[in-house]
Write a protein that binds this ligand. Sequence first.
Ligand code: NAD
Ligand code: G6P
Ligand code: MN
Ligand code: MN
Length: 432
Amino acid sequence: RIKIATIGGGSSYTPELIEGYIKRKDELPIGEIWLVDIEEGKEKLEIVGNLARRMVQKAGLDWEIHLTLDRREALKDADFVSTQFRVGLLDARIKDERIPLSHGVLGQETNGAGGMFKAFRTIPVILDIVKDMKELCPNAWLVNFTNPAGMVTEAVLKYGNFERVVGLCNVPIGHNMRESQLLGKTVEELQFQYAGLNHHHWHKIHDKDGNDLTEKVMDAIYENQDNIMENIKFIPFFEEQLRDLGMLPCGYHQYYYLTDDMVKKELEEFATNSTRAETVKKLEAELFEIYKNPELGEKPEQLSKRGGAYYSDAACELIASIHNDKRTDMVVSTRNNGALSDLPYDCAVEVSSIITATGPKPINFGKFPAAQRGLVQLMKAMEEVTIEAAVTGNYGKALQAFTINPLVPSGKIAKTILDEMLVAHKDHLPQF
Ligand code: NAD
Ligand code: G6P
Ligand code: MN
Ligand code: MN
């Protein structure tokens, strides 16, 4: 039977995962689930762990749920390791959002200055986890959700020299669900092809007869004027520009295509202490109050207010696909290997892939039109430099990453924000 370890088990998202495993109980012969956290997360781990136990019990399953602060004990002989930890917790995210905004610059969890700092804090920890995995469970698969998921996955591949890693995100599933609904079809009736980077991908939609429905989805988007992401305030893309792209951007492209309006919205939140991290902090407190209820034996509805809602469909389906060599078509962060010919062979890309027992096989996409190519090549270079800075602690590299990141204005302002953030986060940046 399978042993699964989840690092950051105290996350409020854990009931998502447990629900996903329960749904797949017939194809996933689970024996043990180990939820791992750290001292600061002990109370959350206890609460969410007990809910997990009630969920499993209610489903009539005999799975053992272990709660531990000892990561090595959890990793020993694991078959799958999933990661959903947040170094520095939500207080660090508040700094990632508020410090850039205090200089009038975009503050976001996975984009711009905040995203680069989340990478600086997270990459040393993931490399440490990989070191443990090589010793304690070298054949396990690492399913990484920890953001910035694309950079974290690339760090594991390049600097951890560990191949059995897959990065996951719920954004593609969110697009699939919403856009099939807009077309009045089921996800299964459609063929989605994604290409790009984590939180920076575009996609096309066809039906199973090969007809391109991408334009039709664009029509519906302009008719409905809505968005799929709980965590991103919706501003519609300029229609002429969207039509010219010929592909559907992801929700996070709003930060790149509509930067001025997005910063304006964020500055309003900054002024009212309601940045996304501050909002999530309240939401999380509410969720844990709900989780405490000893009568509760399922994932509560309120969890869908989090941006990562429904991610268990990605995580659990991925694990079931690897375990059963299901050859499912899924969007994952994985080594490019030439699938996107505009990007380096050895980098991580987020791309439609066939999931096999030996991991994801990315589906060849080929070349991007120039408008996508220019941006994605710059973003990938920025990611490479950010990862290098995270691994080495080289200040010049960090400044380089800030300079080329399109969401951070270059010059004195970049250096000022970088310096302020290095001080604010120093407890979680041993490498700098
Ligand atoms: P959270 O703040 O609740 O953190 C989760 C847990 O991680 C906490 O209980 C915390 O104590 C623990 N933790 C912190 N450092 C740790 C360490 N070194 N080892 C073990 N545990 C540690 O965060 P959250 O909102 O649940 O999100 C968790 C992570 O998942 C974040 O990195 C977030 O960005 C990411 N996320 C990604 C996606 C995606 O699409 N890939 C979706 C949702 C969340
Ligand atoms: C989306 C992204 C995740 C991100 C989340 C934030 O789902 O795919 O990568 O972590 O939103 O949601 P939150 O509720 O924490 O703002
Ligand atoms: Mn994501
Ligand atoms: Mn810049």
